[in-house]
Design a protein around this ligand. Structure first.
Ligand code: N7H
Length: 511
């Protein structure tokens, strides 16, 4: 696709996690507003503290420069610049509680929320909302996203937020939901041991195109995607400028004094410009069962465990792409391990994401239902469907929970999972349309046993469907029967408005 000239995005106004906080410690504080007044007075206090994309981009750029200048030092000494960030996002119920105007114009999947979507997106039986853990078992109005380089900084950011929550009579819904980067050589990896966060779309005007810290062009293999895929009101994929938004309307404050008449509601409210939908999912991972499956199946298929695991995901645990390592991917050598040990260049920007599946149409290298092929089929989109560029996700997840202990008791088969064994991924992704992006990927691709082709099977990592859990390992019809290692234990659909819109929702006048 030709790259349209970089549009000017309101980077000072778009909330910063779209650019990627990329912090080792993150806390998600879920909130409910007992009244419009409580919610608005709370928001009025924090609107000016929300981190913007510009700040995050500039900080990340500075961090990279300082880090590069200090090779050979332990990681902890290399990145001496630090920052803590705060963002906020609202559920539909939260926007209603705040009296936000124009809510009729928001799409149905957002207003109904993730619980209502459960049967559609496959959150059934063990993953059904009735089994979700607190705080996801109640109505959530907002989530505050806190991020820091050090735990102590996260704590102080939280203390500050908590004091405001208490002062304004907002309800904090227990428990706090904490994510952290895994320690030591597992840094950057999720709990099954795979490096994560490698393949992301390059958003024109955010990741590429000229602002501070941006690269001039996408990395090899990275798609340049129009910002309108992630930011409401930004340039759409055809390069057309957005339709002029209706004028911004301040939400009238309900304090002090009686509520005034609300302003007329525009078709799609102007305050939603420069906002983005945030999908939040708490996904529990049964690491013991995953490891046991890999060991048993590798043996049965005469593959090494490294290759077996890579066949399910499409990458080795190091991140090395299976598609670029045909000798290992062919599985003819049962001793073949992770190829990046012998060839570290596979992990460089030049190679790690630079592949397509066209020459592997039958899936003899990367099974067609492997996780990264299901969730981004790259050049393998069936011709009748719109381009994969319409279904991209900006992933911002972080692992949660303790490390697997060497002598950990067997994972509970039934009943509650103790905190000491509850680990997984806090999956977050931003997009301009939950229906066309997250829900489409989860339903039409991940949960479909016939995508990309009939009988390929469901996504082995994240499909929640337990009916016919078959996975086509090789084109020669080697089928595996999968177990389920990832369970949904909570989640919600949120909207992250622009920073100025948070002020408007709080009833503040436009600056
Ligand atoms: Fe996935 N995993 O460890 O297996 N994911 N994911 N994911 N995921 C990716 O390329 C994982 C989840 C996507 O462009 C990698 O960054 C786990 C959900 C997409 O080539 C690994 C969980 C959804 C990509 C994992 C989980 C997605 C991707 C390779 C849950 C959306 C990029 C590293 C516990 C519905 C594909 C990388 C591309 C990559 C894992 C969740 C989507 C290792 C364990 C819920 C779009």
């Amino acid at each position: 696709m030709a790259i349209n000239p970089a549009p000017t995005l309101a980077l000072d106004d778009i909330q910063g996690n779209l650019a990627g906080f990329n912090k080792d410690f993150q806390r998600f504080v879920f909130l409910a507003f007992p009244s419009q007044q409580a919610g608005q007075s709370f928001l009025a206090g924090i609107a000016s503290d929300l981190a913007s994309c510009s700040e995050v981009l500039e900080f990340n750029d500075l961090f990279r420069k300082v880090y590069k200048r200090r090779p050979g030092r332990p990681d902890a000494d290399r990145g001496i610049v630090q920052a803590s960030w705060l963002n906020i996002a609202f559920s539909f119920a939260g926007l209603q509680a705040l009296g936000a105007p124009g809510l009729d114009a928001f799409p149905g999947e957002f207003s109904a929320g993730m619980r209502a979507a459960a049967p559609r997106i496959g959150d059934v039986d063990d993953s059904a909302p009735a089994k979700w853990v607190a705080p996801f078992n109640q109505t959530l109005h907002a989530v505050a996203l806190l991020a820091a380089d050090e735990l102590a900084d996260l704590q102080s950011l939280y203390q500050d937020l908590h004091a405001r929550v208490v002062a304004h009579g907002v309800t904090e819904l227990a428990p706090l939901v904490d994510g952290q980067t895994r320690p030591g050589d597992q840094r950057g990896r999720e709990h099954f041991g795979f490096r994560d966060g490698i393949s992301q779309p390059a958003i024109i005007g955010l990741d590429i195109g000229g602002a501070v810290g941006q690269s001039p062009a996408p990395k090899p293999g990275q798609d340049a995607i129009a910002p309108g895929e992630f930011v409401l009101g930004a340039q759409d994929p055809t390069g057309q400028p957005p339709a002029p938004p209706p004028p911004l309307q301040p939400v009238q404050p309900v304090y002090p004094g009686p509520a005034p008449t609300p302003p007329p509601t525009p078709a799609f409210p102007g305050w939603a410009m420069n906002g983005s939908y945030l999908v939040f999912r708490r996904l529990r991972q049964n690491v013991q069962a995953f490891n046991a499956f890999i060991t048993q199946t590798a043996q049965a298929q005469s593959l090494s465990e490294d290759v077996m695991a890579a066949k399910l995901v499409g990458r080795f645990k190091s991140g090395a792409p299976l598609e670029l390592t045909p000798d290992e991917a062919a599985g003819t050598n049962p001793d073949a391990g992770d190829p990046s040990t012998a060839d570290p260049s596979l992990l460089t920007d030049a190679k790690i994401n630079d592949f397509t599946y066209g020459q592997d149409a039958d899936g003899h290298l990367v099974p067609r239902a492997a996780h990264i092929r299901k969730t981004n089929p790259r050049d393998q989109q069936p011709p009748a469907q719109p381009g994969t560029s319409q279904h991209r996700l900006l992933r911002r997840g972080i692992p949660y929970g303790p490390e697997l202990a060497p002598n950990e008791p067997p994972y509970p088969g039934q009943g509650p999972v103790p905190d000491t064994q509850d680990r997984g991924l806090l999956f977050l992704c931003y997009q301009a349309s939950i229906a066309r992006q997250f829900e489409f990927v989860q339903t039409a691709w991940v949960n479909s046993e016939d995508f990309p082709q009939s009988g390929d099977g469901r996504d082995p990592i994240i499909s929640q469907d337990t009916v016919n859990p078959e996975f086509t390992l090789t084109p020669q019809n080697a089928h595996l029967t999968l177990a389920r290692w990832v369970i949904t234990t909570g989640g919600e659909y949120f909207f992250a408005p622009s920073i100025s819109a948070v002020g408007l929702l709080a009833g503040q006048p436009l600056q």
